[in-house]
Write a protein that binds this ligand. Structure first.
Ligand SMILES: CC(C)(COP(=O)(O)OP(=O)(O)OC[C@H]1O[C@@H](n2cnc3c(N)ncnc32)[C@H](O)[C@@H]1OP(=O)(O)O)[C@@H](O)C(=O)NCCC(=O)NCCS
Length: 169
């Protein structure tokens, strides 16, 4: 089972019962401002199934749980994407709006970055971020990712933020 611990968070594999909590994030049009649209409750079920299919390969977005209370407040995890060439591991993160700006995404993304280097053997990781999404760009920067290139991906311009594993060729 894939799970990662940080000082305040447990990142663990999602289960279908997480759908209500995930809908509070993915169903929120304000949080999904930089996505084509928010998801419906049924679409969240399908989206969770997709993550569950990824877990056997050691990837997939994980439920972001507060260790203190057990509450699920978002997701973060490594996912393979091929925005403009060979597949690369992308760190994705989404946090419920009332929990923004408390450092949760940064803390989670850092653990995922280190996991991708140590356990998946990645030489680098990326984050794909719409240029207007300043909070997400800030999270990437706080974890040592820098702007590497721009790509047109899924109908929109995206910044590709990237960081190399220390010592990687
Ligand atoms: C992006 C997101 C995950 C960040 O989550 P978070 O837990 O609030 O992130 P953190 O608290 O770790 O860091 C947020 C940083 O952005 C900064 N920030 C917030 N709003 C900002 C703005 N309008 N302009 C610039 N920086 C901003 C915060 O000040 C903070 O930086 P700091 O620690 O230097 O002060 C959250 O905003 C979110 O869920 N957005 C919707 C989903 C999404 O867009 N995901 C990313 C897809 S690429």
């Amino acid at each position: 089972m894939l799970s990662l611990e940080t000082p305040r968070l447990l990142l663990r594999e999602m289960i279908p019962q997480d759908a209500a909590a995930m809908f509070d994030v993915w169903g929120d049009p304000k949080a999904m401002r930089w996505y084509p649209r928010a998801l419906t409750r049924d679409e969240v079920d399908v989206w969770i199934e997709k993550q569950m299919e990824r877990y056997p390969s050691g990837t997939g977005l994980l439920a972001m749980m507060l260790r203190e209370t057990g509450e699920v407040i978002g997701d973060c995890g490594p996912v393979w994407h091929d925005p403009d060439g060979p597949p690369e591991v992308e760190i994705g993160y989404h946090v419920r709006r009332d929990c923004w700006n408390r450092g949760y995404a940064t803390e989670a993304a850092r653990a995922v970055r280190d996991y991708a280097f140590a356990a998946l053997g990645c030489g680098h990781v990326i984050s794909l971020i719409r240029p207007e999404n300043l909070p997400s760009r800030r999270v990437a920067e706080k974890n040592g990712l820098t702007l590497h290139r721009m790509v047109f991906w899924r109908d929109y311009d995206h910044c590709v933020y990237r960081v190399e594993r220390e010592g990687a060729q």
